[in-house]
Design a protein around this ligand. Structure first.
Ligand code: PBG
Length: 327
């Protein structure tokens, strides 16, 4: 057979395949999301996310040593407070769980880059991501609170803030308050295209943040919409976002790719709790090869355009990269 083009030629052997690889992955771009909880001597496995835990600050060293050893250099912090109320007041308390955690981790592990999730749902008694007006979340009232929360995180030592509430105008308000307080160099990673997704189910169990009534569809995006993500990203950039994020991951790679093509800023992808839980459950049942699935899905996320990947499998991935399983 006289064939001029034989794509198989470049697939011949691991060495050649790795030479012509289009996607390169580095542990520098992995972000590990973790949960810190008020209290003592807590290292409690999250039922909906086997292998992930809630940590009190007196035990969190056990986890952080592992994170650093794995080669992961950045964490995304979520807090589980003792006290919840209508307005989520413990979210901006200088003595709140996140503020204490950031302070502690920054002092002990200065080499770790700390990003904090800025939202209210873990702190409000009703579980919504803002201040309620009747049964609806009041956008503009919520902005003031989000700004206060973000500032308190940065004052505690956070390197970057990541607002996940999906209120309109939050990036502008947060940028304003940070700049006014001389934090002009602290970047904002905006959850720009955050969809109203069932993939967050296991997280809500983990953080006790499920809404007490209704859902989040009046602020998080409709999964039917792709172009709207470009609008959200454009607005966030106009308001001063430094990094854009798409969330969830796996089922939303088209959205990631279109943001990557349209804009110049780095784009992060959040592979969320439901994605973790699905792979974990299937592998515990013996239906799939966990490591192979984790590697392949991460590679696909980077191939689709992720500059940064937020994943509960960050430590495993760092290990797989080191072992040359992917890269
Ligand atoms: C807070 C927040 C959520 C997640 C990240 N930040 C939950 C939600 O919006 O309901 C989900 C993360 C995950 O599922 O891993 N608003």
């Amino acid at each position: 057979m006289k064939l001029v083009n034989r794509p198989r030629r470049l697939r011949n052997g691991a060495q050649l395949r790795s030479m012509v690889r289009e996607t390169r992955i580095s542990a520098d771009t992995l972000i590990y999301p973790m949960f810190v909880q008020e209290g003592e001597n807590i290292c409690e496995e999250i039922e909906s996310m086997p292998g992930q835990y809630r940590w009190s600050l007196d035990r969190v060293d056990e986890l952080l040593e592992k994170v650093l050893q794995s080669g992961v250099k950045s964490i995304l912090l979520f807090g589980i407070p003792d006290h919840k109320d209508e307005i989520g007041s413990s979210a901006w308390d200088p003595n709140g769980i996140i503020q204490k955690a950031v302070h502690y981790i920054k002092k002990r592990y200065p080499q770790l880059y700390i990003i904090t999730d800025v939202c209210m749902c873990e702190y409000t008694s009703h579980g919504h991501c803002g201040i309620l007006c009747g049964r609806d979340v009041d956008n503009d009232k919520t902005l003031e609170v989000l700004a206060k929360i973000a500032l308190s995180h940065v004052q505690a030592g956070a390197d970057m803030v990541a607002p996940s509430d999906m209120m309109d105008g939050r990036v502008r308000r947060i940028r304003e308050i940070l700049d006014k307080n001389q934090y002009t160099n602290v970047p904002i990673m905006s959850y720009s295209a955050k969809y109203a997704s069932a993939f967050y189910g296991p997280f809500r169990t983990a953080a006790g943040s499920a809404p007490a009534f209704g859902d989040r569809k009046s602020y998080q995006m409709d999964p039917h919409n792709g172009r709207e993500a470009l609008l959200e990203a454009k607005l966030d950039l106009q308001e001063g976002a430094d990094i854009l994020m798409v969330k969830p991951g796996m089922a939303y790679l088209d959205v990631l790719q279109s943001l990557k093509q349209q804009f110049y800023q780095p784009v992060a992808l959040y592979s969320v709790s439901g994605e973790y839980a699905m792979i974990k459950a299937a592998s515990m049942a013996g239906y799939v090869d966990e490591a192979a699935l984790v590697c392949e899905s991460a590679v696909c996320m980077y191939r689709a355009g992720a500059d940064l990947l937020i994943t509960y499998y960050a430590m495993e991935l760092a290990k797989y990269i080191q072992e040359g399983r992917i890269g």
